[in-house]
Write a protein that binds this ligand. Structure first.
Ligand SMILES: [Zn+2]
Length: 416
């Protein structure tokens, strides 16, 4: 039997082959995946994962949100499990690794423990959360949110996709409504391994991101009211230009974000001009400002500043103004003990590492509400994600899985 601290590694080839086999289910149109939640492809992916878990000796529990919990027993009957997981669902034009890596690396940890003949005191539960992506049924991280008490199950069951199909009925249709009460499980710790989905680790040449925080966010939807008028025959002094007000607000958001460095971001990704005609000044402009920071005070301060400045900008141009908060997450601080465990694992294994903040939401952000939680990240090529061209190397995948293995062993304790 291997001793604690020994230089144990996962089987990189087996992890990679599993990733490639899962990617054959729900293929995309450009080399990635379209395995959206509660589709037939999702059901097929779940069955393959279940078969692999059966082969590794895990027993399955499924809750009423379709979350899958695959348990490797521990030796201490009183010890709460260590949960390791992420999601198997993808965006409609998603990559092969977003989410999938975290689930299959969890399986690889268990397979490696089996190979090494290691038993742990705490059980280990490899987890697949339903509907992390939120592409088909908004919002994202829906089922982990119900698990953590952020949403009710009734709310989740009633969510509709763009075709009007209902979440609860689709979960039933694909045969993955379980009998466990969602959220009844108690966790000793939760680890989620994920691709970075950003460019920092690759640019810095680091193998491992030690994730300390998840950014909080506000989505502020602005509606500006101008006066529709001919762009040629309306003198500059007589315009009520909602488009110009929007441009000045965007510039102001940029300034506010830059004044809240490090870590803060702000910008606009969605704009609707009405009537959106080349030669008509817009009568109405609707756009959403997205601001994020890992620091609650900074985040709320940015919102207050933007909501104080924007009406002045509009008033100076005679433009009507309203704003509504349409999305929000509090920042998450991951468990310091688990973060230190991940960092030490990277050091013991000789992998380069740096602290990193997750700019995207993850199931771990909700798990952190009910248990000590943290994340591990690996680089992805060009920071590209939510894109069929999303790419990582076998070595990157394996390095994070090695760190996950060591962090799990450290936390679960080796049985003597
Ligand atoms: Zn993901």
């Amino acid at each position: 039997m291997a001793a604690p601290g020994e230089n144990m590694r996962v089987n990189a080839d087996r992890l990679w082959d599993s990733l490639m086999d899962m990617a054959k289910i729900g293929p995309g149109i450009a080399g990635g995946n379209n395995r959206q939640t509660l589709t037939d492809a999702d059901a097929e992916g779940r069955r393959l994962f279940q078969a692999w878990c059966d082969g590794a000796g895990l027993t399955m529990g499924v809750d009423t949100m379709g979350n899958m919990f695959m348990t490797r027993p521990g030796t201490d009957p009183d010890a709460l499990p260590i949960y390791v997981g992420s999601h198997l669902d993808t965006q409609p034009t998603g990559g092969k690794y977003d989410g999938v890596l975290g689930v299959l690396a969890g399986l690889e940890v268990v397979r490696s423990l089996n190979d090494l003949g290691i038993r742990t005191k705490h059980p280990i539960v490899v987890t697949n959360w339903t509907n992390e992506e939120g592409a088909r049924f908004a919002p994202a991280m829906l089922a982990s949110g119900v698990f953590a008490g952020v949403h009710t199950q009734d709310y989740a069951y009633g969510r509709k996709d763009p075709e009007g199909k209902v979440f609860g009925e689709e979960l039933q249709r694909i045969g993955w409504i379980g009998d466990e009460t969602v959220g009844a499980r108690k966790m000793h710790a939760y680890f989620e391994y994920h691709i970075e989905q950003g460019p920092i680790l690759e640019a810095e040449g680091k193998d491992i991101g030690v994730v300390t925080h998840c950014q909080g966010l506000w989505w502020l939807e602005f509606t500006l009211t101008g006066r529709e008028a001919h762009t040629g025959s309306t003198p500059m002094t007589m315009r009520v230009n909602a488009g110009l007000a929007m441009a000045r607000i965007l510039e102001m958001v940029q300034t506010v974000a830059m004044e809240n460095q490090p870590g803060a971001v702000g910008g606009v990704g969605q704009v609707f001009f009405s009537p959106n005609s080349r030669n008509v000044l817009p009568g109405k402009v609707v756009f959403t400002v997205d601001i994020r920071s890992p620091d609650q005070k900074k985040l709320d301060g940015m919102r207050a500043r933007i909501e104080a400045e924007a009406p002045k900008i509009c008033a100076a141009l005679g433009v009507g103004y309203s704003v509504e908060a349409v999305g929000h997450f509090d920042p998450v601080t991951f468990d310091p003990t688990l973060v230190a465990t991940v960092r030490k694992a990277a050091e013991d294994l000789g992998y380069s590492h740096m602290n990193i903040i997750s700019g995207a939401g993850h199931d771990a952000c909700w798990a952190a509400k009910v248990a000590p939680a943290t994340m591990i990240m690996c680089p992805c090529v060009g920071g590209l994600s939510h894109n069929e061209a999303e790419d990582i190397s076998k070595e990157w995948a394996a390095a994070g899985a090695d760190v996950l293995l060591h962090a799990v062993i450290e936390t679960a304790g080796i049985a003597e």
